[in-house]
Design a binder for this molecule. Structure first.
Ligand SMILES: Cc1cc2nc3c(=O)[nH]c(=O)nc-3n(C[C@H](O)[C@H](O)[C@H](O)COP(=O)(O)OP(=O)(O)OC[C@H]3O[C@@H](n4cnc5c(N)ncnc54)[C@H](O)[C@@H]3O)c2cc1C
Length: 381
């Protein structure tokens, strides 16, 4: 592989997950040449294993208000993002808008749900409190003992179709994706930063973007002080096959599991959240907990066929928020650390990072998520 001979040097992106691909597509469609490197096939990291929920209100946590604002902005950008990507590629993204029911299976969890609901109301989230009977009217597949629910008007997408569409979208323009091409190191430089592949090729570009998900910290060539503080958080997930008589419409979330009915007939049951380093085992205990938590919410799940179990590594950070913007090393940007929300945050990340590459300006959306917020913190992730 040799350096590009284009008059305009390419933007080099490490990682072809939803983040690297969507930034690549956004840049390519506005005339910036891009080269994307992945050590695997595109999108086979956390992006492939995700539930595809776009649910900022339902997943709102205490003390994550800046992240909530970004999550919501991204949800607002999803319809136009889907419309453009589907139009350019002809690929159906399985975008669904029936919304989410966060369900309390018993009185104890109803009390906990009530506390979160009050917080959600306080910060202005669009949430609707339902009794158990009202929740079952919305979603007849809920268990009869359900004590109450909160409805949120949000969305979901087929994350695997998203990968296929982004790859097709990039191929329509001046973008190339190098699969099976691990990047070993970056070589920071203000004018001509470069990536060095495991095969020893050195490719120079105008900017390097590290979008390598949970593995972002493993890339060599960056000073310890600026290496991205990202760690893997394991998520196990089950894929079931729906039946014509099992027409679950909503995303259903409970205290121990969620169910995501996909437009293509799959029903996903997720997900564990485990600090196990890079170990990618599917465990008996993990699957047991998911099934127990899911059956408590929707007993009809019992009859569905199990297609597969899977595991993904979320790119976690210390404050659960992504690292977006200048890395502190010349010519190198970060777009990583999206943890539980990387699919949701795809449009806002792609558009704001592409704007930063083109203009050199950090937009108001990126300010709270600049990597520099960790600059004085201890190196451990
Ligand atoms: C079980 C589970 C369920 C989830 N559900 C949701 C959900 O419902 N909604 C939501 O918004 N988010 C969800 N997430 C989180 C979401 O999947 C991630 O935040 C998102 O996929 C991160 O995207 P990414 O592109 O940063 O990382 P990844 O998709 O992991 O992509 C990183 C890519 O970098 C490549 N790479 C790594 N190192 C190198 C290297 N040295 N050289 C070349 N390539 C390299 C990898 O091969 C990989 O393809 C879920 C995650 C899991 C695990």
């Amino acid at each position: 592989m040799t350096s590009s001979s284009n008059a305009v040097p390419p933007v080099l992106i490490i990682g072809a997950g939803t983040i690297g691909l969507s930034i690549g597509w956004e840049l390519a469609r506005t005339g910036t040449p891009v080269q994307i490197f992945d050590r695997d096939a595109p999108g086979r990291g956390a992006t492939w294993k995700a539930g595809g929920m776009l649910t900022p209100d339902a997943e709102l946590q205490f003390e994550e208000s800046e992240l909530y604002r970004l999550n919501h902005e991204s949800l607002d950008r999803w319809p136009a993002f889907v419309e453009t990507l589907e139009r350019e590629t002809g690929i159906d993204l399985g975008f669904r808008t029936e919304g989410t029911l966060t369900v309390a299976p018993d009185e104890d969890s109803a009390a906990a749900m009530e506390r979160v609901y009050k917080f959600q109301k306080k910060v202005g989230a669009d949430v609707e409190r339902l009794t158990g009977a009202e929740a079952r009217e919305h979603e007849p597949f809920l268990a009869p003992h359900v004590a109450g629910a909160v409805y949120t008007d949000d969305a979901q997408v087929n994350n695997r179709a998203l990968v296929r569409a982004l790859v097709a979208g990039i191929n329509n323009y001046e973008g190339s994706i190098h699969s099976q091409t691990p990047v070993e190191a970056v070589d920071p430089d203000a004018d001509a930063p470069a990536v060095v592949t495991a095969a020893g090729d050195r490719i120079e570009g105008q900017q390097v973007i590290v979008a390598a998900g949970a593995w972002s910290r493993q890339i060599e060539g960056l000073d310890e002080a600026v290496r991205p503080p990202v760690r893997p958080v394991r998520g196990q997930i089950l894929e079931l096959e729906s039946r014509p008589t099992f027409d679950l419409r909503h995303v259903v979330r409970g205290p121990d599991a969620y169910l995501v009915p996909k437009a293509d007939g799959r029903v996903l049951v997720g997900a564990t959240s485990e600090e196990k380093g890079f170990e990618k085992a599917v465990t008996a205990g993990g699957l047991y907990n998911l099934l127990e938590g899911a059956l408590e919410l929707v007993p009809g799940l019992r009859e569905l066929t199990v297609r597969r179990s899977d595991v993904g590594l979320r790119p976690g950070t210390r404050d659960n928020a992504p690292l977006l913007g200048p890395s502190g090393a010349p010519g190198v940007l970060y777009a990583t650390g999206h943890y539980r929300h990387g699919i949701l945050l795809t449009p806002v990340t792609a558009q704001e990072i592409a704007t930063l590459v083109r203009t050199g300006t950090v937009s108001e959306w990126l300010e709270a998520f600049l990597p520099a917020r960790f600059a004085d913190a201890p190196a451990a992730v």
